[in-house]
Design a protein around this ligand. Structure first.
Ligand code: SAM
Ligand code: DTB
Ligand code: SF4
Length: 321
């Protein structure tokens, strides 16, 4: 097997060896792989919109939107179609190629699902790529999203199977894998990643990456989030507990293991220096969320990102495909 081959047979020991090697060797290897598959100076940008905020029945211990925690977030009804499409248009005008709609649901309900389908069709009519993250899907919902033209479905595994029950108790790791399989079976592109900084160990990070790389197909897009600690959640006091180099190691290892996938430098950029973000790009990250807000948390403002791109000689990719 040569560096940069697409593999689905990673062992835990191999992944740990990648993660633990000297930093310079890891970044060099990741950058070599990155250049086999991608333009090294191009970054894909997606804009997020939370179409339904708060009041979620799940107990994800990192999340501002779980009804279990008092995070001060105001619960809102699902957004109207016109408002969503005007935000999509604004995102397109500022250079985003993909519009990703998120909802604080365990799974979509029948009434709101029709509206979501109309949103997907509207985003496609704007000639943008459409992505949704709505929680767990059944077969019928996955088929109808596909029929409406949805390109990507985001559904994160978040952490290793072993650590999962420490983070979420209202659903299982297998539930998440089942939804990913339904999305794949419908021929939609899978966007699935994790969160670093939940208190997991290096072994959990290795197992998470191994799970993604050993799926029947690598996710098309792999978001790596740095925990955004939210007041009121059980993980509120995790701020500053992750070594930035360890986060960059995860990005580089994801790049090496899933050479043709987009690796997204995802949540947490507001707490990162420009230099740290530049190291993430060097390690093979080639996609970001672009725009002032993630779902509920802050993201760097677009003007700052444009300046960072200019300083690094990076360009916004025309498409993420
Ligand atoms: N409710 C749906 C679900 O959980 O699949 C969709 C929205 S959910 C907020 C999308 C993803 O955002 C989560 O799976 C998690 O990986 C990420 N996320 C949520 N809160 C976060 C936080 N505070 N820090 C980092 N990532 C977070
Ligand atoms: C992903 O991996 N990260 C995004 C997106 N997919 C849906 C969400 C990050 C959420 C960060 C916390 C918040 O905004 O509430
Ligand atoms: Fe609900 Fe998604 Fe937040 Fe979990 S991550 S509480 S499922 S909105």
């Amino acid at each position: 097997m040569a560096l940069g081959d697409i593999r689905h047979d990673w062992t835990l020991e191999e992944v740990q060896a990648l993660l633990q090697q000297p930093f310079n060797d890891l970044i060099f290897q990741a950058q070599r792989v990155h250049r086999q598959y991608f333009d090294a100076n191009s970054v894909q940008t997606s804009t997020l919109l939370n179409i339904k905020t708060g009041g979620c029945a799940e107990d994800c211990s990192y999340c501002s939107q779980s009804a279990r925690y008092d995070t001060g977030l105001k619960k809102e009804q699902i957004m109207q179609l016109e408002e969503v499409l005007s935000k999509a248009k604004a995102a397109k005008d500022s250079g985003a190629t993909r519009f990703c709609m998120g909802a604080a649901w365990r799974n979509p309900n029948d009434k709101d699902f029709e509206l979501v389908l109309a949103m997907v069709r509207g985003v496609k009519d704007l000639n943008m790529e459409a992505c949704c993250t709505l929680g767990m899907l059944n077969d019928d919902q996955a088929a109808r999203l596909k029929e409406a033209g949805l390109d990507y479905y985001n559904h994160n595994l978040d952490t290793s199977e072993a650590y999962y029950p420490q983070v979420i108790t209202t659903r299982s790791f297998q539930d998440r894998l089942d939804t990913l399989a339904r999305v794949r079976e419908q021929g939609m592109k899978v966007c699935s990643g994790g969160i670093i900084g939940l208190g997991e160990g290096e072994g959990d990070r290795a197992q998470l990456l191994r799970t993604f790389a050993n799926l029947p197909e690598h996710p098309h897009s792999v978001p790596i989030n740095l925990l955004v600690p939210i007041e009121g959640t059980p993980l509120a006091d995790m701020r500053g507990k992750t070594d930035p180099f360890d986060f960059i190691r995860v990005i580089a290892t994801a790049r090496i293991m899933m050479p043709a996938s987009y690796v997204r430098l995802s949540a947490g950029r507001s707490s990162m220096s420009d230099e740290m973000q530049a190291l993430c790009f060097l390690a093979g990250a080639n996609s970001i969320f672009y725009g002032e807000k993630l779902l509920t948390a802050d993201n760097p403002d677009a003007q700052h990102d444009r300046l960072l791109f200019k300083r690094l000689g990076l360009t916004q990719a025309a498409s993420g495909c």
